[in-house]
Design a protein around this ligand. Structure first.
Ligand SMILES: *Cc1c(COP(=O)(O)O)cnc(C)c1O
Length: 404
């Protein structure tokens, strides 16, 4: 990529709906870097591992607990004076950081979570990777980490898959989890925008989080995840650490995830977006989810895909509505028998049926008319799986070239 290429990309990334504030912040972050070296995947330096690891057996609990990674990782360092250094594809290993590094004190960290799937046709696919890479730029900008051209990050992810895909993900129907991450890595305790950043991409195992009997959610009564003017829309580590206490409490009480409320409004569930299907008082069938406009929730790629599929393929029977709604709206619909089903949607939990929501110490039952799922939950999940695993040819399924 020519040094001018990043200035050519100064229009805010498309495909992501964000309020103007973020779009202009992204724009300025990119502008600030014109003249510096851009992130350039064509400069990738490949150092193959000399000590290949053995692939753990499927279902190996330890590999899941410790997030065992594949043989290689991507790293790239950015410096304020010069820009991005040549990215590297190198043996997986520990990072070296000063104890004074910005990330360790001020949570200058953002990340992405995406899966790579081994299809029915033996091909390897990512699901809408360009959307993850564009969102990573928005998250990085929110915490003053440097800009990059999202398509260059996508190329780096593909480069990692090209070397590790065949060995680490051989079997049809399986997936691995990719974690692109950026941290403020310069030493210095001054509370200031990072002078140096490190981007890395690792690939690891993640269990299938499907839970028999559906997810049970505990509505948050005395804690919030995000607030207006905050950073709930960004995938930054600072959103997660402080949520773990509530999640632990929910688990101790027999629930799987917290359903985060803000002034009674339903926002999202754990690290998934929340959807509910209900009949309106007038009898219309609606698929409802919280809107992005107030920047409280994460703009999930699964969420976006479900919205688009529902609009394209279910509009005859189901009206898709992005709106604010409250637990009281849900309670009323439960009492009037208008709830059809509810589900959570995100890369980690995928499309997960919800069987109950606890609110004010009462379990509200969410129907699962197909036994283990609601009808629309099952339909949408199957459509997405067909795209991810190549049963349906669709532009969202991006095939990865592999070295054979
Ligand atoms: C990652 C995440 C989601 C889901 O986003 P996907 O792009 O669908 O994986 C939803 N909510 C939060 C808080 C998240 O961190």
């Amino acid at each position: 990529m020519a040094p001018s290429a990043i200035t050519a990309a100064t229009t805010p990334p498309h495909g992501i709906k964000t309020a103007a504030l973020t779009a202009s912040a992204v724009y300025h972050q990119i502008e600030a870097q014109s003249g510096l070296r851009p992130l350039d995947a064509s400069k990738l330096i490949f150092t193959p591992t000399t000590t290949p690891m053995s692939v753990p057996a499927k279902g190996d609990a330890e590999a899941y607990i410790s997030s065992q990674c594949s043989d290689h990782m991507i790293t790239a360092v950015w410096k304020r004076e010069t820009g991005w250094e040549s990215p590297e594809l190198k043996p997986y290993g520990n990072l070296s950081l000063a104890p004074t590094a910005s990330v360790l004190h001020y949570a200058t960290e953002c990340f992405e979570g995406m899966k790579v799937y081994r299809g029915y046709d033996k091909k390897l696919r990512l699901f809408r990777p360009e959307a993850n890479c564009a969102r990573m730029l928005i998250s990085a900008t929110r915490i003053a980490l440097p800009a990059f051209e999202p398509s260059e990050l996508e190329k780096l992810i593909l480069a990692l898959l090209e070397v590790d895909g065949v060995k680490w993900l051989p079997k049809t129907g399986d997936f691995l989890y990719l974690r692109p991450t950026m941290i403020g890595s310069a030493p210095g305790l001054g509370v200031a925008t990072p002078r140096e950043a490190t981007l890395f991409v690792i690939m690891t195992f993640m269990p299938s989080l499907n839970k028999e009997g559906g997810l049970r959610l505990l509505a948050s009564q005395n804690g919030v995840r995000a607030w207006p003017g905050g950073f709930g829309f960004a995938k930054v580590g600072a959103n997660y650490g402080p949520s773990l206490m509530a999640t632990g409490e929910a688990r101790a009480r027999g629930y799987d995830q917290v359903l985060w409320l803000l002034n009674g409004q339903v926002t999202e569930a754990g690290a998934s977006n929340f959807f509910i299907v209900w009949k309106t008082k007038a009898g219309n069938m609606q698929l409802v989810t919280a809107p992005l406009g107030n920047k409280i929730i994460l703009d999930g790629i699964t969420r976006r895909s479900i919205i688009q599929l529902a609009k394209e393929r279910l509009s005859d029977e189901l009206e898709l509505v992005e709106r604010d709604f409250t637990m009281d709206d849900i309670v009323e619909a439960v009492n009037e028998g208008r709830i059809v089903e509810a589900f959570a949607a995100g890369t980690a939990y995928f499309v997960a049926p919800i069987s109950a929501i606890n609110y004010n110490d009462q379990d509200l039952d969410m129907p699962m008319y197909e036994g283990d799922s609601g009808k629309y939950t099952a339909i949408l999940k199957t459509w997405l799986m067909n795209i991810m695993y190549g049963k349906e040819n669709h532009p969202w399924g991006v095939v990865v070239k592999e070295k054979q």
